[in-house]
Each structure stands twice: as C-alpha cells, then as structure tokens.
Write a protein that binds this ligand. Structure first.
Ligand code: SF4
Length: 273
C-alpha cells in the first residue's frame, strides 16, 4: 500500500496520480469518466459486511435504476452534484488524513449509492483509490456487470430477494465473475426471502466462492422513500432479527448474519453516518 502523506515528496506523487484520469469515456447519462454525480461523502463506521466496525469513508453516488421496497437511501436517487474525480479524491484524502498519519491501512473507502456502476467515473475513481493504497469496497445491486471493476476492489454484491420487488433484475452472469475477495449479500425480510436465499446459496455453492451475508431488513428501513419504492411486505410478514438469527443456526446456514451497525449507533433517519 502507499504510505501516508507525511512529506512533500509523497504529496507530489499523489497529486500526479490524481491527474492520471482516462479522458473521453462517457457514461450512460453522457457524463465523462473523469467526473461523477455525488450525493454525499463522509467518514463513519462501516455498518455492514465482513468489514463491519471499521472506519470508512463513504462516497455515495447519485442515481439508481432499482426501487427496492426496503431502500433506505432514496434521497440518493436524484440529489447530487457533479464533481471531478480529482475533487472526490481530494475530499477522501482529507477525511482519511488523521488515520493515515498513524500509518494504518484505515480507513476503508466504499463506493455506494444509489448504484455506483451506473457512472463510468466510478471505475476510474476506484482504480485511482487502489493506486493510492486504500482498501476499496463497492456496494452494488447485482443488476449490472461487475467484470469491469478493478480486480483490487472488494465487490459486495446483492442478490435481490422476492420481498425487494426487484428480483427480476438479478444479473445471474455476475456469479461467474465472483472472487474470494468479494461478498454476496441477501437482504432478508420474510420467510419467503429466507427460503429463496437458501436455495440460491445451495444451487450455486456460493459459500465456497466468497463470504455470504444474510442481512436482516429492518421494518423501518424505508424511511426516506415513501411513494417511490416497490411495495414491500406487511409488518406481520417480516422476520424479527432474532427469528432470522435462530433459524440460520438451526439450519446450519453457511452465511454471516448481519444487522446494520450504524442503525444501532445512530437514529435510523440520520444521514451521513
Ligand atoms: S436498496 Fe435498491 S433501490 Fe436502494 S440504492 Fe440499493 S439497489 Fe437502489
């Protein structure tokens, strides 16, 4: 990994990295690959995945083409400003500076959304962050091809369960591209979701490929998305986190139970955490 920015020489080297941005590539919205539409950038605690609990800079990108029933970031569907990749890198570096001065590999940097893979600039940004020595995570819906993502990035990919309302968007060919450094996440709200996830896990032997996450869907998840999301299950249909955890143990499911840590720390409606 790159060492922290502790002297002028290192600073100059990083500045040069920022300038090595492939130009002239355009995303599906006509944006250039050296810029992105960004909803928010913040430093917090990673709340999910095998990386949960570690400090992490989040780069939340604007836009998503899905409308999952439990989505808790509907504010990122449209809100955002276009920023150059260099500007984003600069803000990440600023937020990470206190950790990097301690010669740690932390914080992590995660691209999330929205759906980061809708913007070509996200690919550029991830590669440059890897070049700079960060451990880079990508949260993606699983509806878009993950093969173009830099091989150094840890891809955390959803497989959408029935209660999401977006199961038809799962891009099954992505399973062939998974590596041991990736993670597959099922967001589980109902018993039907649980049974569906179990079948998929078994049919594709997912636990032999990479860590598998069973993420409990809080009934209060979709607080920001009223009226924009796919219909979800009624409260009576939802598993409690205790029911999900106990069922996983009973069935010896080869997956990791997770609840979203940041929602235990901060009120669920809090942004930027
Ligand atoms: S939860 Fe679904 S709708 Fe919300 S950002 Fe993720 S993929 Fe998009």
């Amino acid at each position: 990994m790159a060492q922290p920015c502790v002297n002028g020489a290192r600073r100059r080297q990083r500045t040069q990295l920022v300038l090595v941005v492939p130009a002239g590539i355009y995303d599906h919205k006509g944006g250039m690959a050296d810029s992105l539409v960004v909803n928010e950038i913040f430093l917090s605690v990673q709340g999910e995945s095998t990386w949960a609990g570690s400090p992490c800079v989040f780069v939340r990108l604007t836009g998503c083409d899905l409308r999952c029933s439990y989505c808790d970031t509907a504010y990122a569907f449209h809100e955002g400003k276009r920023r150059s990749v260099g500007q984003v890198l600069s803000q990440v570096r600023q937020l990470a500076a206190p950790f990097r001065l301690r010669l740690t590999k932390l914080p992590l940097v995660e691209l999330t959304g929205g759906e980061p893979l809708l913007q070509a600039g996200a690919l550029t940004l991830m590669s440059l962050l890897c070049d700079m020595g960060y451990t880079v995570l990508l949260e993606t819906s699983g509806a878009h091809d993950i093969r173009s993502v830099d091989g150094r990035v840890h891809r955390i990919m959803d497989l959408k369960c029935p209660s999401s309302g977006e199961m038809s968007r799962n891009l099954w060919s992505n399973l062939d591209a998974l590596r041991a450094t990736d993670e597959v996440k099922f967001v589980i709200a109902t018993r039907e979701d649980y049974e569906w996830a179990g079948k998929v896990l078994e049919q594709h032997a997912l636990a032999r490929i990479c860590p598998v996450l069973y993420s409990w869907a809080s009934p209060s998840s979709a607080i920001h998305g009223a009226g924009q999301l796919k219909p979800g299950p009624g409260p009576g249909e939802c598993l409690t986190r205790q029911q999900l955890a106990e069922q996983m143990i009973r069935d010896a499911v080869p997956a990791r139970f997770q609840a979203q840590i940041h929602k235990l720390i901060w009120p669920v409606e809090t942004r930027g955490v």
